[in-house]
Write a protein that binds this ligand. Structure first.
Ligand SMILES: [Zn+2]
Length: 404
């Protein structure tokens, strides 16, 4: 079976319309605008290991299916940190930044609505998800189950003649065939958090497939960086309250409690895995966890987490976005005799992306301190400093924010 890009767009629209229950509306009036658009754009290019140059490029033509976006901000991700240090994807020179958002300043005449069918106009705030182009391999016939692994995303594209391919920039050109969402109803910080939050919405959806996660479940979240903290937030919005956070950094554990963890366990206070699992058990009032989320990139942490889980419990492993090496477990004790149900989780599906917009509203509505996850903001010309700060792990989420 072959799919062309028109079919792909139709499928995407159908799936997202059915979930958001919003019909595609006809746009009102002309949606073109070009006043105030400068002749050049600035793009932070990673030109060498641990070095960005802010380069100036001519503002590109906006094709009939394209959208020109003035970038407001973009989070720095762990993936960016890996690129900055080692370029594992071999992309240098590259325009990075995939957790970005901004305002439409110009769009082609064929652009009428976003990927969910919501109308689009100049001035709307948007985010992007995957890029379909004409590649049928990434059309993902089941958009609910297939994650974005293998799809292209802005901020991890090879450089080309247009150069405006990443969100660490002041303008980005969203090309025909890309998914784009109108998120004008979310504030800037929420919009910067959409991409990492989608990772956790997906992880919890994966966890739910085990049938073990319930309202009154005892849940361990191991690792309290941005990913673990957002994991706690997603669980809280689902009504799961009996959460124990595990980390070695007291500041992060304190934040985990603000985010809604009932108890925290600092593994630095325990010697050996037996003592540590005893500590986790104590935190649950003498019970082992029903379910655990592993949110660190440490193989030892993966090996340890089984000890926190009860017989018949479940585990979602989502910490290894890059290869962190092998973990040693004992299949007899850790998996078989305990009958643990294990799921892996990787990025997100297009549907999870749209679900995340609602998650962010709900998290704020119940008072979770989502905005405080963004601990540092840097202007574009301090992007090298932003990455160094990120590597030092002094804060949580570091963001590039354009002020004008
Ligand atoms: Zn990311």
């Amino acid at each position: 079976m072959e799919m062309n890009s028109a079919n792909v767009e139709a499928v995407v629209k159908q799936v997202l319309e059915s979930m958001l229950k919003q019909p595609v509306e006809k746009p009102a009036g002309v949606s073109q605008g070009s006043q105030g658009i400068p002749k050049t754009a600035h793009v932070a290019m990673l030109t060498a290991l641990e070095h960005y140059d802010v380069k100036e490029f001519p503002m590109p033509e906006v094709g009939d299916g394209d959208i020109l976006v003035k970038v407001e901000g973009c989070g720095v991700c762990g993936t960016d940190a890996h690129e900055f240090k080692k370029d594992p994807f071999g992309l240098i020179p590259v325009a990075l930044g995939h957790e970005g958002t901004g305002e439409i300043v110009k769009m082609g005449k064929d652009v009428k609505a976003d990927s969910a069918g919501k109308p689009l106009k100049v001035g709307d705030k948007v985010v992007t998800c995957m890029i379909f182009k004409d590649n049928p391999d990434i059309t993902m016939y089941d958009l609910n189950k297939q994650n974005v692994g293998g799809a292209d995303v802005y901020g991890l594209l090879p450089d080309d003649d247009i150069h405006l391919n990443g969100w660490f920039s002041d303008y980005i050109l969203i090309r025909k065939g890309s998914t784009v969402f109108n998120v004008s109803d979310l504030d800037l910080k929420s919009r910067i958090l959409i991409e990492p939050c989608a990772v956790l919405v997906h992880a919890v959806e994966r966890a739910k497939t085990t049938g073990i996660l319930r309202f009154n479940s005892r849940v361990v979240v191991q690792g309290c960086g941005p990913i673990g903290l957002i994991c706690i937030a997603v669980l809280r919005t689902m009504g799961i309250e009996n959460i124990v956070a595990v980390d070695g950094n007291q500041q992060r554990l304190d934040f985990a409690k603000r985010m809604g963890a009932e108890h925290s366990v600092n593994f630095m206070d325990f010697k050996g895995i037996e003592a540590l699992s005893g500590g986790v058990k104590d935190a649950f009032g003498g019970y082992e966890a029903d379910f655990a989320f592993q949110c660190t990139g440490s193989p030892v942490a993966h090996a340890n987490i089984y000890k926190f889980i009860r017989n018949g419990g479940g585990l979602c492993e989502l910490g290894f976005f890059i290869n962190g090496g092998d973990a040693t477990i004992n299949p007899h004790f850790d998996l078989c005799s305990k009958e643990i149900t294990l799921v892996g989780s990787w990025v997100y599906t297009l549907r999870d992306y749209a679900t995340t917009f609602d998650f962010l509203k709900r998290a704020k509505a119940i008072g979770l301190p989502m905005d405080d996850l963004i601990t540092h903001e840097f202007p574009l010309d301090q992007i090298n400093e932003a990455h160094v700060t990120n590597l030092k792990q002094e804060g949580l989420k570091i963001a590039i924010v354009n002020k004008d």
